[in-house]
Design a protein around this ligand. Structure first.
Ligand code: PLP
Length: 467
């Protein structure tokens, strides 16, 4: 480095912190945040990314424009409805408003008429039961994984679950209650089909989750075929429950067979065992747009003691785990000590209630999109940016309906557009497939079409200039 290297003149932190313009721009931020931004810009100058003269102005502009959180809003142009990397379900305007209203002090655990303490989540629960009359009771927890963990933990004491005429056990005490003493020593076996052992993403396996409870998994059948007799043969002294899991993110095709919930109910009754059904995706009732996707109502009517779903998949709400089912089973789960550790917050309860009580939300709307309108919008975009329109299938995504195409269209751009669109403003995430960058408008709010077109035009212009 030569002596005249301008990088030696990068302003020092104490000088920048004392600069009146920096102080003014950062008055809404704390010292740690301001220092981090200063350090980041100094580094950019040191590595030659920005000229030294730009250090102070860059810091001032960054401080002034710093968003409340560094999560960047994204236009989802992938055609994938429930995109885990993009935060799954976007909230509806009603749900977003409910979150804002619940942000302050709210009567989440108080009856304002009597001034007494009330139960948490009463109204979200009432909304759930209205939406799903087959459920006698419901509980909301943090997410689907928490719901499953809690359900298999709380229902594992044999003979005390929701099965036919089983006795209720509200305060397990090994000293006074010999029936629970055995279960405490041995958490028992969860019986599950080999065709339903799933990894839900990022290396997390439901099987590992369940064995953290100390329970053992008793896998039955084969990957492609499981019969009622496989379950029946596996039931023994140590069986704690029967579990059926929806294979939400893959499909086994060809020579296959699995056992219906109703058949499992009969078997569970014969042995007084609880039957838990983890559906994952979260439809309340069958949806004609996804004919093979299981729903809560059908599973409960077929005899599940508990049905588990996520709030932010096809339900289109906030991250949550919903447990619906028979009163006795839900109450056992609700009273388990673990329920307190997995309970949901007021913001989630507010968003969930708003989602359930309104007909429209972004996931529902994208699934049932008017195809003529989608085609028109796509054609308008193609024309505006001077690109071709191609047939393109959207997908539900990790949230359900594996392998089911949602036919539609996309605008086809050169692959090189994808990174520029992702890092632009607005940030646009497209589908990169077979050397092309595909822009699918299914999950893009129509009100953002113009912004999106302008961003694509700008990127194509820059790429055309060889920039
Ligand atoms: C998604 C899913 C889960 C996990 O739910 P989260 O809300 O992501 O915790 C559990 N079981 C099934 C079948 C799922 O599809």
């Amino acid at each position: 480095m030569v002596a005249t290297d301008p990088r030696r003149n990068i302003p020092r932190t104490d000088r920048l912190l004392a600069d009146p313009e920096v102080i003014a721009a950062g008055e809404h931020l704390n010292q740690a945040t301001i220092k981090a931004i200063i350090a980041e810009v100094q580094t950019a100058a040191r590595t030659g990314e920005i000229p030294v003269a730009e250090v102070a102005p860059t810091i001032i502009s960054k401080l002034g424009s710093r968003a409340a959180s560094s999560l960047t809003p994204v236009l989802n142009a992938t055609g994938i409805l429930v995109h885990t990397n993009l935060g799954r379900a976007p909230l509806s305007p009603a749900a977003a408003q409910a979150v804002t209203e619940a942000a302050g002090y709210v009567d989440v655990e108080m009856d304002l008429v009597s001034g007494r303490r009330s139960k948490r989540g009463t109204r979200a629960k009432a909304a759930l039961l209205q939406a799903c009359p087959a459920a006698e009771d419901a509980l909301v927890v943090n997410n689907g994984a928490a719901a499953l963990l809690l359900a298999v933990t709380a229902l594992r004491n044999r003979g005390t679950g929701a099965g036919s005429g089983a006795k209720r056990d509200t305060a397990p005490n090994p000293v006074h209650s010999p029936s629970t003493a055995r279960s405490d020593a041995s958490p028992g076996e969860i019986i599950i089909s080999r065709g339903e052992l799933i990894e839900i993403g990022a290396g997390f396996r439901l099987t590992d989750l369940m064995t953290t409870t100390g329970a053992r998994l008793r896998e039955v059948g084969t990957t492609n075929r499981t019969h009622l007799a496989d379950y029946a043969d596996a039931i023994g002294e140590d069986t704690s429950c029967l579990l059926k899991v929806h294979t939400s993110n893959f499909r086994v095709e060809g020579f296959t067979s699995s056992v219906e919930v109703a058949e499992l109910r009969t078997l569970a009754d014969e042995h007084e065992l609880p039957l838990i059904v983890d559906l994952g995706s979260g439809l309340f009732t069958p949806d004609p747009a996804l004919p093979d996707e299981p729903d809560i109502d059908t599973a409960l009517r077929a005899g599940a003691d508990l049905v588990i779903v996520s709030g932010d998949k096809l339900l289109g709400g906030p991250q949550a785990g919903l447990i619906l089912g028979r009163t006795e089973a839900v109450q056992r789960v609700a009273k388990h000590p673990l329920a307190r550790a997995l309970r949901t917050d007021k913001l989630t309860l507010a968003a969930l209630e708003a989602t359930i009580t309104h007909t429209s939300n972004p996931i529902h709307d994208a699934l049932h999109i008017d195809l003529d309108r989608l085609r028109e919008r796509t054609a308008t975009l193609a024309e505006a940016v001077g690109a071709a329109i191609v047939a393109h299938d959207g997908r539900v995504g990790g949230g359900g309906a594996p392998g089911v195409p949602l036919p539609g269209w996309a605008v086809e751009l050169p692959e090189g557009c994808a990174p520029a669109l992702r890092t632009g403003d607005p940030a646009i995430v497209t589908r990169v497939h077979q050397g092309r960058c595909l822009v699918d408008l299914r999950c893009v709010p129509e009100t953002d079409d113009d912004r999106l077109a302008a961003a694509v035009t700008a990127v194509l212009g820059r790429l055309g200039d060889g920039a």
